[in-house]
Ligand binder design. Sequence first.
Ligand SMILES: *[C@@H]1O[C@H](CO)[C@@H](O)[C@H](O)[C@H]1NC(C)=O
Ligand SMILES: *[C@@H]1O[C@H](CO)[C@@H](O)[C@H](O)[C@H]1NC(C)=O
Ligand SMILES: *[C@@H]1O[C@H](CO)[C@@H](O)[C@H](O)[C@H]1NC(C)=O
Ligand SMILES: *[C@@H]1O[C@H](CO)[C@@H](O)[C@H](O)[C@H]1NC(C)=O
Ligand SMILES: *[C@@H]1O[C@H](CO)[C@@H](O)[C@H](O)[C@H]1NC(C)=O
Ligand SMILES: *[C@@H]1O[C@H](CO)[C@@H](O)[C@H](O)[C@H]1NC(C)=O
Ligand SMILES: *[C@@H]1O[C@H](CO)[C@@H](O)[C@H](O)[C@H]1NC(C)=O
Length: 640
Amino acid sequence: MCSSKLVNYLLVIALLLLLYKHVIAEDSQDGFHGDERDALLTLKKGFNNSFLNVNWTGIQCYMNSTPNWYGIQCTNGRVTGVSLENMGLVGKIEPYALVNLAELSILSFKNNSISGNLMNFSYNSKLKKVDLSANRFDREISSSLLGLNFLESLQLQENNLVGSIPGFDQSSLREFNVSYNNLSGKIPDTGILQSFGLSSFVGNQDLCGAPTPTACSSSLNDSSDPPHSDNKSSFLSTTLIVVDVIVLFVLSIFLIIYYKKYKKLKKQMQRRNSVQVNEEKREAITNNSIALTDNSIENSVPAREDDRGKLMFLDKNGTYFELDDLLKASAEGLGKGNFGNCYKAMLEIGPAVVVKRLRDLKPLSSDEFMKHVHAIADKKHPNLLPPLAYYYSKDEKLLLYKYASNGNLYNRLHEGRGTQNRVKFRWSSRLSVAHGVARALGYLHLAIRSQTIAPHGNLKSSNILLDENDEVLVTDYGLISLIALPIAAQRMVSYKSPEYQGQKIVSKKSDVWSYGSILLELLTGRIPTHSAPQGANGVDLCSWVNRAVREEWTAEIFDVEIAAQRSANHGMLGLMQIAMKCCEKSPEKRPEMAEVLREVEDIKIVGDSEDEEDLSLDQSLTDDSLSASTPSLLIAAERR
Ligand SMILES: *[C@@H]1O[C@H](CO)[C@@H](O)[C@H](O)[C@H]1NC(C)=O
Ligand SMILES: *[C@@H]1O[C@H](CO)[C@@H](O)[C@H](O)[C@H]1NC(C)=O
Ligand SMILES: *[C@@H]1O[C@H](CO)[C@@H](O)[C@H](O)[C@H]1NC(C)=O
Ligand SMILES: *[C@@H]1O[C@H](CO)[C@@H](O)[C@H](O)[C@H]1NC(C)=O
Ligand SMILES: *[C@@H]1O[C@H](CO)[C@@H](O)[C@H](O)[C@H]1NC(C)=O
Ligand SMILES: *[C@@H]1O[C@H](CO)[C@@H](O)[C@H](O)[C@H]1NC(C)=O
Ligand SMILES: *[C@@H]1O[C@H](CO)[C@@H](O)[C@H](O)[C@H]1NC(C)=O
């Protein structure tokens, strides 16, 4: 009996090892790792450390060669260690900063001055060593640490951590230290925690229970798991035999299925490997710019035709082409969008298209993905830019759009200021943009009845495109349903709204808020903080305008390029009033999009007469002339 049990165990272990090895090997080849790079760059930006700013450039990991980035360890091109000790790093780390570092095994920020929350480690299941000692972390010990089943060493001493100690009971834990913090409550009664000596817990005034000498007063209850019951092990031993027979059976079936796929997988792995190398080489070339400037997008899809999906066209009447046409086309990087890189592809037949690579998606099956994309493409309006086609494979998801030849509103508004190349962006053009965007949003809000989502979700000036006739095309709408929530919360405009910061909700009114910010951006020529691209300085436009109005430096609000157009002053003030209503902190006070649309359309476009252009600024718009016409604006501002 005993020996047959042993044989069973050995078999199970052997099978597990086999499975584990192949599954892991397959995983580590999966795609290339821009996400890891982004995570590290975000850390770098947060620390703003002069050494890291210079040292963390270029490519972080190249297969198995020694990384060029200080403190980084890599295996097979994946980041497995981040170790930044004694560097005087200050600041906070986002709770979700490590989400994309799934292979991380060693993490140390020992002896710095980092404060705030501990990170959420839920996505770092391979962590073995975590050392955050001698910092200024001042919140609770994250319960996500309890889920780390390989954790061997946890060093949290010499911080200002508060709250009670969670009930650690992973048997892997060999080293543990939470001394010299501000922890309180009973030390949980788990076997593992009780195996550490007093020196792991000293220096916390309000800790009680073994191994400290202080007994807990009865009012302090243990918040952790109840201690393991003793008859659990006897229960286990009686059911073990049954369990391992079942496990063995299931595993054998898995194994058979797995071996059938194994050869095919191996081939794919080799091919993907070479794709990855090319990708990284290209990124290495362009290490300091965010745009990829390669001239082919060939590497983004498998080389062999039968492994590829097809391009699926969403509009049956448009130009039709094959994936191969796209791969042959010369391409130009348009820069890095929020959810992946964008390319412009010049097809030999037909017009140029924009290819958007999607990253950080929710895990969606091909059917679900298709359903979402069709729902987006079904929204048709002259001021919306729907996707033309999509491509779905395990490793790559692409959306194709028509190319809008006059660029985006962000560039039109802010690029080339103060240079000779700058073409003035006059009032009538700005107002027509405001009209177009309002129409597009009004339509989306009507088409999507739900009150609890933001139908656009990511409205900002770089997502407002201008076609060859300067007509507005709003793009990037509806992607909110495709993106994983933690990522969306970091990157999408609706999640920057006051209601998400406060109550963690977004709704149609969040789009209204984003629209208000666009209006202010059009009126002031300034960049709003929440949509400023990396490297650009933004202002919190809503507060800034409110203050300006309250303190009566109204004349300085408007962009100098339009301030001189006197005949338009009335319209500008009207638009400003609408913008301020849309920017209200509380979503209930903001108008519905339909009402906004009506009011914006009431502001009529007047010609930009040429003679006004010659008027010098100081005589055309003084504080007097403005405040005479702004009583209602001022009153509106004062009521807030
Ligand atoms: C980064 O630090 C430098 C000085 O070390 C400072 O001038 C700069 O403003 C900082 N940047 C940010 C974004 O905090
Ligand atoms: C970063 O620092 C390490 C160690 O000081 C050095 O070996 C490496 O070359 C540096 N990398 C860059 C890109 O400066
Ligand atoms: C901690 O880091 C600082 C540099 O920030 C260094 O001067 C100091 O010696 C380090 N302390 C220990 C104990 O290593
Ligand atoms: C960590 O993140 C996961 C997934 O988003 C969440 O379920 C969990 O509650 C978080 N844990 C902590 C302690 O914040
Ligand atoms: C310890 O934490 C309590 C709240 O739990 C706080 O009131 C106290 O100021 C903290 N003490 C130190 C030294 O940080
Ligand atoms: C825990 O950390 C404290 C302070 O650094 C140190 O004095 C103590 O020896 C450590 N205990 C263990 C078990 O490592
Ligand atoms: C502590 O736990 C006991 C039973 O588990 C309960 O009766 C008592 O009310 C608890 N005390 C506090 C202060 O929560």
